[in-house]
Write a new protein. Structure first.
Length: 325
C-alpha cells in the first residue's frame, strides 16, 4: 500500500518522497502500525506486519504487479485519489476518481461470495465500481465461474471486461464476448497504452454510439462430436439437458449442427430451447431477457456470418416485427 496515516491521522503518500523510517505509520482502515519498506530495488510501500493481521479495509496482500499497476493508474488518471478508505462500506478503493467512481485492481483469485459482498457494498453506497483484472485473471480459452462475475454489459459492446497488462503498459478491453457449446471464447480485443488518452474516456467506450462492431463467426465442425462424447461419458450438465429434451419428445443430437452454436455468456441456445434457467452476473443490474430473446430469434431466422452487439439484434427484431404486422 502507498497510503498511511501518521499519529495525528494525516494521510501520508509514500510516492511523494522518501520518509523517515523512525516515524510511526498506521493503516487508515484498521489503525494497526505499518512497516515502511523503501529499498533501492522494489517500489517503496507500506505493509502490515503480518498477513494474519485482520484489516477490514484490505482485500488482499499486494504483490509487485498490484503495486505497479496501481502506481501506473495513479500516474494516468486525473482527479484521482490513491487508496481511499471508505468507512461506510469498510473497504479501501485502489483509486477513487472525481465524483466517487471506485477503481479496483484484482490480481489474485478470490471467492465469488467475497466478490459479491464487495460489489454489493459499493452498490449500496451508490459508488460505481470498475474492476480491472491482473494477469492471473485474464480471459483465455474459456471463462471460469469467477471470471464471469467480472463481466460488464452494454448495448454497444455486449459482454465485456477490462484487463491490465503491466509488461505492455496498457489497459485492454475485451468485448463482444461469445461462447460456443464447449465454452470456448470468441471476442474483440483493443489495447490502450497507459496515458495515451483520457482514462474515463476509455472506460466510456462500451457505452458511446460508435461504428457497428462485429465478430466473424468461425466454422465449428466438432459440435455434434463433442455432444456425443459428453452424453457417452454421461456429463451431468448435458445429461440433464438431454432429459429436458426427452420430456419434449426430442433428442439433443437431432438438432441442426450445420451452423455454429455461439451465444453470449449465460445463454446456451440448446438449453434455451429446453427452457433451462440462466446464470447470475454479479456486476450486472440490468435484465438481459430482451437481449437473449433477440439473439435467439435472430439465430433461428438468419444465416449470419458475423456476431453483433445487443443494439443490432434489437433493431433487426423490431424491423422483423414491423414486416410481420
Amino acid at each position: 500500500m502507498f497510503i498511511a496515516i501518521d499519529k495525528n491521522g494525516r494521510r501520508i503518500n509514500i510516492l511523494e518522497g522518501l520518509l523517515d523510517g523512525r516515524t510511526s505509520f498506521f493503516c487508515p482502515a484498521c489503525k494497526q502500525e505499518l512497516i515502511l519498506k523503501q529499498g533501492l530495488i522494489k517500489q517503496a510501500h507500506f505493509a502490515h506486519r503480518s498477513l494474519t493481521e485482520h484489516c477490514e479495509g484490505t482485500a488482499e496482500a499486494e504483490g509487485p504487479e498490484h503495486l505497479g499497476l496501481k502506481l501506473a493508474l495513479y500516474d494516468w488518471v486525473a482527479d484521482s485519489e490513491l487508496e481511499v478508505y471508505l468507512p461506510e462500506i469498510q473497504q479501501t478503493a485502489d483509486l477513487l476518481i472525481g465524483e466517487r467512481i471506485a477503481i479496483e485492481i484484482q490480481c489474485s483469485s478470490l471467492s465469488i461470495s467475497r466478490l459479491r459482498e464487495r460489489t454489493l457494498h459499493y452498490r449500496e453506497a451508490e459508488i460505481p465500481v470498475v474492476w480491472l483484472l491482473g494477469e492471473r485473471l485474464w480471459l483465455k480459452d474459456r471463462l471460469s465461474r469467477l471470471q464471469e462475475q467480472f463481466l460488464y454489459f452494454s448495448e454497444q459492446r455486449g459482454f465485456y471486461c477490462w484487463e491490465l497488462d503491466l509488461a505492455r503498459a496498457c489497459l485492454r478491453l475485451k468485448s463482444l464476448i461469445y461462447q460456443d457449446l464447449q465454452g470456448r471464447l470468441y471476442h474483440l480485443t483493443e489495447e490502450f497504452s497507459f496515458g495515451s488518452r483520457d482514462f474515463l474516456e476509455v472506460l466510456r467506450i462500451p457505452y458511446i454510439r460508435q461504428k457497428l462492431q462485429k465478430l466473424p463467426i468461425p466454422e465449428i465442425s466438432d459440435q455434434k462430436a463433442y455432444l456425443e462424447r459428453a452424453l457417452y461419458y454421461r456429463s451431468k450438465a448435458w445429461m440433464e439437458l438431454q432429459e429436458a429434451y426427452y420430456l419434449q419428445g426430442k433428442h439433443l443430437l437431432e438438432q441442426d449442427f450445420s451452423r455454429a452454436y455461439l451465444a453470449p455468456p449465460g445463454l446456451n441456445l440448446l438449453a434455451l430451447d429446453a427452457g433451462a434457467e440462466r446464470r447470475e452476473f454479479i456486476q450486472l443490474e440490468q435484465d438481459l431477457t430482451a437481449y437473449y430473446e433477440n439473439f435467439s430469434q435472430f439465430f433461428h431466422q438468419e444465416k449470419a456470418d458475423f456476431l453483433y452487439p445487443p443494439a443490432y439484434y434489437a433493431i433487426i427484431n423490431r424491423k422483423l416485427k414491423r414486416e410481420e404486422d
